[in-house]
Design a protein around this ligand. Structure first.
Ligand code: ADE
Ligand code: ZN
Length: 350
């Protein structure tokens, strides 16, 4: 790993924001800010059960993943047209650009929206158009990962996969999200095998609230390349060794873990411990409109709370670029940019 010069702690927030990074775990529906939710509700004639933006924000207090998912699901009801999905993705990409995200992989699902009477094409075409426009509009690249909803059946996931096949070229990967406990990865063994056959890259949420066994089965049964969250891995020494040995990337979301009560505070987060064990950890925002900040805020506050070093900051950004679903040539180019960024922060004595 490239050796970096330590920077003055006062300059760490600026470095953490400036360094080129990839965001690999964010649900586009979770970036729907209350202001945009109200604007979309108005233009689509939807009545929200909240009197104001502030009233809505005040409801964002969660006990666990499920209590969040219930509110998050209600928010998706304002999304009706291809334009809504395009606007939603553009709003996120603008925030990502401000944090020097050079590449984002956007999670989305179609099952929530088809259940509300929308077509999967409405969702995918709107989001994909934003990804196509991202280089010219936001100076970055973006791609799409379709998540199956794990509280629904495997049969439902198969139906969803079949439904999106005509738009297959617009989607880079398949993931697994929603209520984790009671819905282990192996429930989706067959549909993930089919997605693998079709050439999709594979990821899954595992070990957010669920036990280490769910991480094992995401790796061994679903054969995913990255684990989303994975923070429960620290409870299983053999699993920690496996993740380190096989260089499995973990898309960790510190604000999310505190908001959903996986850890009491950022200072209690095990991200540093996971890095020390040699795991390929990345930092991400998950659902930034609900959890109090975008990816840059996650980096800055986590680094402060855990007293991360300049070297660890470099490793986190490098891990994110390395774990992206892009070509090796692109990763190499980003690595040069990353090194140049760190060198620009070195204070010379002349
Ligand atoms: N969908 C949106 N955010 C999620 C999370 N943190 N875990 C599982 N499913 C989600
Ligand atoms: Zn997530």
């Amino acid at each position: 790993m490239f050796k970096v010069h330590p920077v003055d702690p006062k300059r760490m927030p600026a470095l953490l924001r400036a360094m080129p990074k990839a965001e690999l775990h964010m649900h586009i529906e979770g970036s729907l800010e209350p202001e945009l939710m109200f604007a979309m509700a108005k233009r689509n004639g939807v009545t929200l059960p909240y009197a104001s933006v502030q009233d809505l924000r005040n409801a964002y207090v969660f006990d666990n993943l499920q209590s969040f998912l219930d509110i998050y699901h209600a928010g998706t009801l304002v999304l009706k047209t291809e334009e809504d999905f395009y606007d939603l993705a553009c709003a996120y990409l603008a925030r990502a650009q401000a944090d020097n995200v050079v590449h984002a992989e956007l999670f989305f699902d179609t099952q929530t929206h088809t259940d509300h009477g929308l077509s999967s094409a409405t969702v995918i075409n709107g989001l994909h158009r934003a990804c196509v426009d991202a280089p010219q509009k936001f100076g970055m690249t973006a791609s799409l990962i379709l998540c199956f909803l794990r509280h629904l059946s495997e049969e439902d996931a198969f139906e969803c996969l079949e439904d999106i096949l005509p738009l297959r070229e617009k989607i880079v990967g398949i993931g697994l999200a929603s209520s984790e406990l009671g819905h282990p990865p192996e429930k989706f063994a067959k549909v993930f095998a089919k997605a693998r056959q079709l050439g999709f890259r594979l990821v899954a949420h595992a070990g957010e609230e669920g036990p280490p066994a769910y991480i094992w089965s995401a790796l061994d049964i679903l054969k995913v390349e990255r684990i989303d969250h994975g923070v429960q891995a620290t409870r299983d020494t053999a699993l920690m060794q496996r993740l380190a040995q096989d260089k499995i990337s973990l898309t960790v979301c510190p604000f999310s873990n505190v908001k959903l009560r996986v850890f009491n505070t950022l200072a209690d987060h095990t991200l540093g411990q996971m890095m020390d064990a040699g795991l390929c950890v990345t930092i991400n925002s998950d659902d930034p409109a609900y959890f109090g900040g975008y990816v840059g805020d996650n980096y800055v506050q986590t680094a402060q709370a855990l007293r991360l070093t300049t070297q660890q900051a470099y490793t986190l950004a490098h891990n994110s670029l390395h774990a992206a679903f892009v070509s090796d040539a692109t990763k190499q180019q980003w690595t040069h940019q990353l090194k140049a960024c760190f060198e620009s922060f070195v204070e010379h004595d002349y």
